[in-house]
Design a protein around this ligand. Sequence first.
Ligand code: TXA
Ligand code: MG
Length: 356
Amino acid sequence: MPTPILPTDEPPLLHHAVEEAVRLLRSGEVVALPTETVYGLAANALDAAAVAKIFEAKERPTFDPLIVHLPHKNQLDTVADVPADIAQVVKQLTERFWPGPLTILLPKKPIVPDLVTAGLPTVAVRVSSNPVFRRIVATLDKPLAAPSANRFGSISPTSANAVLAELDGRIPLIVDGGASLHGLESTIIRIESGSPKPVITIVRPGPLTPDDLKPYGKVQLGSRTVLDEASDAPGQLAKHYAPRTPLRLLTRPADFQPEEGKTYALLSLSGEERDGYVGLHDWEEVMMLSPGSGKLPEAAVRFFHCLRRLDELGVDEIIAEPMFEHGMGIAMMDKLRRASINKPKPVQGHYQQRRG
Ligand code: TXA
Ligand code: MG
């Protein structure tokens, strides 16, 4: 059965979509829903049989835990035990950033099925700000487990059509909330008490940047080895978020050595000649993340969409320009590096060069 997409852009349509989604979720089904980051594949987080259907539809291994989305920020203690020594900073962060793209790892309550957390003692929690998602989760009045609505290992969907391309026929409903606002998955953090400030470790970079979190503690990026060894965010495997077409991330134009007879497409930040990549080759296609301006938040919105389009071309390789590892560039470079076949090391000076 093909999966239907329900629109939400008129009040009666929204009403119908919310009713349908809640009916399915109540009956233990999965539904793809828009969030402000990327589309999620949701199920009642307290119903292990429903959660199992998420893993099945995505073909996701059960060692990779899911994020729990609360109906409201004041319900945090229904799923997590907030340790006393970080209670104050958790309160400050949730007051400031929820609803929004911040996911916090906290000790789980027994009510959360082990399947949701892959047997880990912690649960990843957030509150989505997407108005359609909020109506559905509030009406259901249960926390929703929701990973990104793509097949395991593939890139996250930022539109209803992208969800369809990933999961058509495998799920009963997609609710269309338009293009995702941020376009990148939420920032995931772990918090420890510290003196004089709590320590906030970013285990997955995302829309909230180190600068956003700095007022609340000493911010550090989770070490890549820790991430990849699966102890912090098991889904952060080195090879993740990858298009099917091989992708090569460059650090400078001179690194591009085309092979005779192969076809290439370029993922460019701004599409500007002066960056030195656009004129390097007779590209099959050039996709610009932030045409002309090279603004990182704008690039983030189009990031997965552009990767998806390039993947559909059937070229031999996608060549990606580097981005400044600053703000949302941290998350995009993290994803490009994970997706790339060459895994170049950061060259700080170079990426910082054209800032501002
Ligand atoms: O923006 C988002 O976070 C989207 C939307 C739908 O909310 N969700 C999302 O979920 O990106 P997912 O499953 O694609 O990525 C969640 C990441 C995975 O890398 C997973 O390993 C990690 O969070 N994670 C979940 N629970 C965890 C836990 N208890 N400890 C460590 N990492 C955890
Ligand atoms: Mg995902």
